[in-house]
Design a protein around this ligand. Structure first.
Ligand SMILES: Cc1ncc(COP(=O)(O)O)c(C=O)c1O
Length: 478
């Protein structure tokens, strides 16, 4: 009976939904007629937007540099930088000026025609990073997809991999975005469960383990087109590989004729204290993917960099994007790169990051039971809590308390808080951020532990693929 009723019910609900269409006429209770308080906006989003995020409950209404105001005028310090998309700081005047000037002149040509901004951007970006060519896209995930397609194409054309047998090797704990090809490499159960079948043609290797990588290259080398990796794993919790790893990866990729593909979408553009995180070991990948801060926190801009022998494997009609390389994005990206260079953001990140790390080390020393590890490179830092002594409190709870004290950070997994402020942040603001974390651990945590029910979910993240707790350092290869 239920089986026959269900389609009818779902049909009815579809009918009633279509009858509510308003096509531009504001629906009852829509924003024009109601308050713009934080609570109202949060409820509105919950009601009308897909629940694909679990945000810290704060509404951004205005922002400048490293400061954010909510609709009630409460001020916060940004310690996330939109996952490193606002390395230059919110609403940087030079980037906004470039955006406004370009927006009034020309926004889109599509690549069916030329425009007078993209070639200038292409020359600027390639000469800045020392590559012969760029392929422009929009979001980071699209940049990664592009690099994967490029690697496969190169694999068949140049390396002579048999048809449809190309393999991409990627790392346990990686994060490269949300498209199907990209999640097919993911170790994050939430990102993959219910989205199968995933794409074949992937092999996983522990991040930081050059010996395991060589073993895979030896066994499957003739079919491996590329090794895709983050030089510092961001979403996994700012995981820094052991010294010498990047050089070893470079040597192995050259030895086995595999493209070394660095996803610098989060770690690049000055975040780690160098222009690229690969610069820490002076290595030059065959393919570099940039995104996030390339658009200066204003619009999505991503790019794949490579030399001609790789890039020209893709020919007209074989790949593209309506908005990739649009003049507005190109103008914004040029301004974003200029700001990074003119304001010496890499150097700034390096020395402020050292100071932040020193402050975090002191916090770890003061709370050895709670803090398992602090790590970072430049202003790309994270604090990992000890899940047992912390239980039942999670990193998300810590971020909620930090928010109450005026600092916005985001957890990654249950036990890690990432601290990645805009690179324009002042020394005092950096200190304020670490002080707030300190105060939460000292003043709030004991009460939080008392208040939270003990039957909260476990903090272990067991990988569907390999059965390990990927975010427990004792279970990691490093
Ligand atoms: C390393 C890395 N690659 C790719 C992506 C995906 O970028 P986007 O969200 O713009 O698609 C992210 C996003 O966090 C990232 O950190």
């Amino acid at each position: 009976m239920a089986a026959t009723r269900k389609p009818l019910l779902s049909l009815l609900s579809r009918v009633s939904r279509t009858s509510k269409r308003t096509y531009g006429v504001l629906a009852e209770g829509s924003s024009s007629s109601s308050s713009s308080s934080s609570n109202h906006l949060i409820n509105l989003e919950y009601e009308y937007s897909a629940h694909n995020y679990h945000p810290v409950p704060v509404v951004f209404s205005e922002a400048k540099g490293s400061i954010i105001w909510d609709p009630e005028g409460k001020k916060y310090l940004d310690f996330l930088s939109a996952y490193s998309a606002v390395n230059q700081g919110h609403c940087h005047p030079k980037i906004i000026k470039a955006f406004q000037e370009q927006a009034e002149r020309l926004t889109l040509s599509s690549r069916a025609f030329y425009n007078d901004r993209f070639p200038v951007f292409a020359e600027r970006l390639t000469s800045m990073f020392g590559y012969e060519m760029v392929l422009p896209m929009n979001t980071g995930a699209e940049g990664v997809e592009t690099a994967l397609k490029l690697a496969r194409k190169w694999g068949y054309e140049k390396k002579k991999i048999p048809k449809n047998e190309a393999i991409i090797v990627s790392c346990c704990g990686c994060f490269h975005g949300r498209t199907l090809a990209v999640i097919s490499m993911s170790c994050d159960n939430e990102a993959t469960r219910g989205f199968g079948p995933l794409l074949p043609g992937h092999i996983k290797v522990d991040f930081g383990d050059a010996v395991a990588l060589e073993k895979i290259f030896k066994e499957h080398g003739d079919r491996i087109a590329g090794f895709l990796f983050e030089p510092i794993q961001g979403e996994a919790g700012v995981i820094i590989p052991p010294k010498g790893y990047l050089k070893a990866v470079r040597d192995l990729c050259s030895k086995y004729n595999v493209l070394m593909i660095a996803d610098e979408i989060q770690s690049g553009l000055a975040r780690s204290g160098k222009m690229l995180a690969c610069d820490w070991e002076g290595v030059r990948p065959d393919v570099v993917i940039l995104g996030k801060a390339l658009g200066g926190g204003v619009i999505p801009v991503s790019a794949v960099l490579a030399d001609k022998d790789v890039m020209l494997c893709i020919r007209p009609g074989e790949h593209g994007s309506t908005f990739g390389g649009n003049p507005l994005a190109s103008a914004v990206a040029i301004a974003s790169l200029n700001v990074i260079q003119e304001e010496k953001l890499a150097e700034r990140s390096a020395h402020l990051g050292e100071e932040l790390l020193c402050q975090l080390v002191k916090i770890k020393e003061e709370f050895p039971n709670y803090v398992k590890e602090v790590r970072g490179r430049g202003l790309f830092t994270a604090v990992e809590f000890n899940s047992k002594s912390f239980f039942p409190v999670s990193a998300y709870d810590i971020c909620l308390k930090m928010k109450e004290r005026g600092v916005l950070a985001k957890p990654t997994h249950d036990t890690i808080v990432r601290l990645t402020p805009p690179l324009c942040m002042s020394r005092d603001e950096v200190k304020e951020g670490s002080k707030v974390l300190h105060d939460v651990l000292e003043l709030d945590l004991p009460n939080m532990q008392k208040a939270k029910p003990k039957d909260s979910p476990t903090t272990a993240t067991i990988c569907d693929r390999c059965g390990r707790n990927l975010y427990d350092p004792s279970d990691r290869a490093l």
